[in-house]
Design a protein around this ligand. Structure first.
Ligand code: CP
Length: 326
């Protein structure tokens, strides 16, 4: 067990080794148990986390904020538009200055080609950990929560279990590629055979695909890409189907929507779920476009674990904060 994660950043999924992720999960399960029993666990008493948001959030804000309070500290909610960032505060100023006020800096910045660079520049100037609440490339805390949920539902030995990471149609907006990218990076390390399914225009970043292949090889897991949602669902143990924008094809919102609208049949419905194993779990990070991306019947049905998945954001984030910010 690797226990010294003090002052470590978590920006990309592979920033923590597999053994370090296992430590995070151990701590997360312990914190979940403590919360269920009402046992106080103020590991971060008097510590303060800055939460800097360039984009909206329900779960991420709620779980980081309540998580810090449960650890005995405080989280400051800061929207970028209410700061002086647009008037000249650079990444260096934010890292240097917030690093002196706060004990950790969490950032959500999903703008294409900008967000991840912003986090890394702040981290370079900061004396305290920088935590990625989602950028355009990675969503590491979502994936830690997903992994915790999969272990709860399917056990610790995940070898030979089939996980589908599928694109699904949504009409609301062009969603980031960070969730599928983080999934294909992290899940093969835990032995899951990952099948990635998407229409041709919805490719992921080539360097992430290469890293995912490398992780699958290293951990003897499968990694396959198909362009057929139904083929992917066959005999799956875990169905993770969500929308993302065709951002590697175009960053133009109108053009992206035109491409996306060709694939309205990529919905997760009861018929497709019947192709998976009877005890397959349905996962989604939320928010979902109900009855467009996934039917109410699946989302609220017996195979859905979406609320446990959302809950586990709280426990894994508390674990990472307790380990990195103490
Ligand atoms: N899944 C997730 O990150 O949710 P929010 O966008 O609401 O934070």
């Amino acid at each position: 067990m690797q226990t010294d994660l003090r002052n470590r950043d978590l920006i990309g999924d592979l920033d923590f080794s597999k053994e370090e992720v296992e430590t995070v999960l151990e701590v997360a399960f312990d914190l979940k148990r403590k919360r269920a029993l009402g046992e106080l666990h103020p590991y971060l008493r008097d510590k303060v986390l800055a939460m800097l948001f360039f984009f909206s959030s329900t779960r991420t804000r709620g779980s980081f904020e309540s998580g810090m309070a449960q650890l005995g500290g405080h989280a400051a909610f800061i929207e970028s538009r209410t700061t002086q960032i647009s008037h000249g505060d650079t990444e260096k100023e934010m890292g240097e200055i917030f690093g002196r006020y706060f004990d950790g800096i969490a950032i959500r910045h999903v703008d294409w080609g900008i967000g991840n660079r912003y986090l890394n520049l702040v981290a370079g100037a900061s004396r305290v950990p920088v935590l990625n609440m989602q950028c355009e490339i990675y969503h590491p805390f979502q994936i830690l929560a997903d992994l915790m949920t999969i272990i709860e539902k399917k056990g610790r030995d995940l070898r030979a279990k089939k996980m589908v990471v599928s694109w699904a149609y949504a009409s609301s907006y062009l969603k980031p590629v960070s969730v599928p990218q983080s999934l294909i990076l992290q899940m093969p390390r835990f032995g899951l055979d990952v099948v990635l399914a998407h229409p041709p225009e919805f490719k992921l970043m080539p360097e992430i695909m290469d890293q995912a292949q490398e992780q699958a090889r290293k951990y003897n897991a499968g990694f396959e890409v198909v362009d057929d949602m139904e083929e992917a669902f066959k005999d799956a143990d875990i169905v993770y189907a969500k929308s993302w924008g065709p951002l590697l094809t175009t960053q133009d919102a109108e053009e992206g929507k035109r491409i996306q609208d060709q694939y309205k049949n990529w919905i997760t419905d009861e018929r497709k779920m019947r192709l998976a194993k009877p005890d397959a779990i349905y996962m989604h990070p939320l928010p979902a476009d109900r009855n467009i991306e996934v039917t109410d019947g699946v989302m609220d049905g017996p195979n859905s674990v979406v609320y446990d998945e959302a809950e586990n954001r709280l426990h894994v984030q508390k674990a990472v904060m307790a380990l990195t910010m103490r």
